[in-house]
Design a protein around this ligand. Structure first.
Ligand SMILES: [Zn+2]
Length: 298
């Protein structure tokens, strides 16, 4: 099945602004912002009861914030954002104003105001659960994933959940857009998540359905990136000197043209990663339109 068909299928199976219990103690409400970048829409998650944490309040959308507030069982205590992109964080302001909950994230940025900042290893404890922040730069430099441990374990089984934001999505690869996005950081963060101890049993992504085979899913991402990097390098080697636009059609021949403006950003990110390892040179790596060449042509 092509990615387009898979995306449509996913869209028909996630309803918007309706609470859905996806795991014991975890409710998902998907915002009504489907699109090329957001798949079926942004997933907002509610964790726990009594004292509730919301992860990724989503876009500025009054109906979505209302749906989230209505699903809170008890007091909304924390609003956590994985990162400050416009489909994940802006809803925090309205949600905080209506609930008095504390806004938490890696830093205040892009209009998001953190009442308290979190770093790698920061922990929050609610009744029967603990949430730990995992710093995963790459898609965004301020990206945090959140690992959830529940006590007692659901069904007698200890299942560790990772809320992955845009670090790992279901049904799509992730866009890496420099300069805030960084391919070298992204690959490092992917490996870090795969190798977390205790290991992750299920990923609850920012877009799409739960991922029940986290290590395999992350390995597929790593393989995909390695293959794309090889394609970039061989296309550049053949060209001698080339810009992102010269390489785009060849390197992303397998990707729908509607996504090429986005793929353009990831291609630039790949070239910058090749430069970081001495395999390519760019006249000005900070310029998306600069000329690139390989070791053999420089
Ligand atoms: Zn994002």
């Amino acid at each position: 099945m092509g990615s387009q068909a898979r995306r449509l299928l996913t869209m028909t199976t996630i309803a918007h602004d309706r609470p859905d219990v996806v795991l014991d103690g975890v409710v998902r409400i998907t915002a009504a912002n489907p699109g090329v970048m957001t798949g079926p829409g942004t997933n907002t998650y509610l964790v726990g009861s009594g004292e509730v944490a919301v992860i990724d309040p989503g876009p500025e959308d009054a109906d979505h914030v209302e749906a989230v507030l209505s699903a809170v069982e008890g007091t909304l205590r924390w609003i956590l954002v994985t990162h400050t992109h416009p489909d994940h964080a802006p809803g925090a302001e309205r949600l905080a104003a209506l609930s008095g909950a504390e806004r938490l994230g890696f830093a205040s940025r892009d209009g998001f105001v953190a009442d308290r900042t979190l770093e790698h290893g920061s922990r929050l404890s609610g009744p029967g659960y603990t949430i730990e922040a995992v710093h995963t730069p790459g898609h965004a430099s301020n990206h945090l994933c959140y690992a959830l441990d529940r006590d007692p374990p659901a069904d007698g089984k200890r299942a560790r959940v990772l809320f992955s934001g845009d670090h790992v999505m279901e049904g799509s690869t992730v866009v890496i857009s420099p300069p805030d996005g960084d391919m070298v950081d992204y690959l490092t963060s992917l490996r870090m998540v795969r190798d977390l101890v205790p290991r992750i049993d299920v990923i609850a992504p920012g877009h799409g359905q739960l991922i029940h085979d986290p290590a395999a899913a992350v390995d597929r991402y790593l393989d995909h990136r390695a293959e794309r990097e090889r394609t970039v390098l061989s296309a550049l080697t053949r060209s001698g000197t080339a810009t992102v636009d010269d390489l785009l059609a060849e390197v992303y021949a397998d990707v729908d043209e509607a996504r090429h403006p986005i793929a353009r950003r990831s291609l630039w990110a790949h070239l910058r990663a090749l430069a970081a390892t001495g395999q390519a040179w760019g006249d000005d790596p900070d310029d998306p339109d600069t000329a690139w060449r390989t070791a053999s042509t420089s």
